[in-house]
Design a protein around this ligand. Sequence first.
Ligand code: GLP
Length: 259
Amino acid sequence: MKKSINIDNVTVNVFENAESGSEYVANLIQQKIDKNNRSYTSTVLGLATGSTPKKLYEKLIKAHQENGLSFSRVTTFNLDEYYPISRFDESSYHTFMDRQLFSKVDIDPERTFIPDGEIAKEEVAAYCEAYEDEIKKAGGIDLQLLGVGTNGHIGFNEPGTSIDTRTRLIDLHEITREGAKDDFGGIENVPKEAITVGIETILDSKEIVCMAWGKHKAEAIAAFMKGEITTENPVSYLRTHPNVKLVLDKDAASLIEDY
Ligand code: GLP
């Protein structure tokens, strides 16, 4: 780690690169799961997609294969899924999670929850309430992993989202659809909506680890650390949470003073 500082409730840990930052987060998660496994308790993880957590998932797979990390008592809730989308679509977050983590560790598929992009429109509202209920039934999220969009979104809570939001269907911002166009082979193929957990759902987690790598994240991170808590930068809501770790590489930290 290059540097660690505390601002309000947020611990900011800056690493040389995404590799060492991901290693740090993988160790945190492994320790938590191992400790809970030893006392036969479950661990509830909130999971993110996108490029940010990919290295972390690689490291967790390695820990499973080489250090005996077991996911058999782990329950996971993903933040979001495009809508509408088939779970078997190459670009769905279901496919992403299967490929990046679930198929390579000993997790029980019955304990992995991802918002369902195939639900009929008229059933979405009830489905979203049921998703929230599942999180409660599991005992709440012990550790929520987050990436951050270049526009400051967390999950798919776009700028303009209020703090009291729960799981729901949202309209994706054009900048977010633009960012996803390569995954879908053109912007015309990117779904216009998504189901995402809300800001309040995220803030209910016992602990939050938000990761950001690269210069293109530096502005959102600087606004989060230095600016106001505002609907225009949803990641800034994390400042209201008592236990947040921000894990950055030096490029993502480049616009925070003192770095
Ligand atoms: C997507 C996801 C977010 C993710 C963000 C950042 O929109 N829904 O959960 O954090 O993009 O993406 P990336 O990690 O690829 O930079």
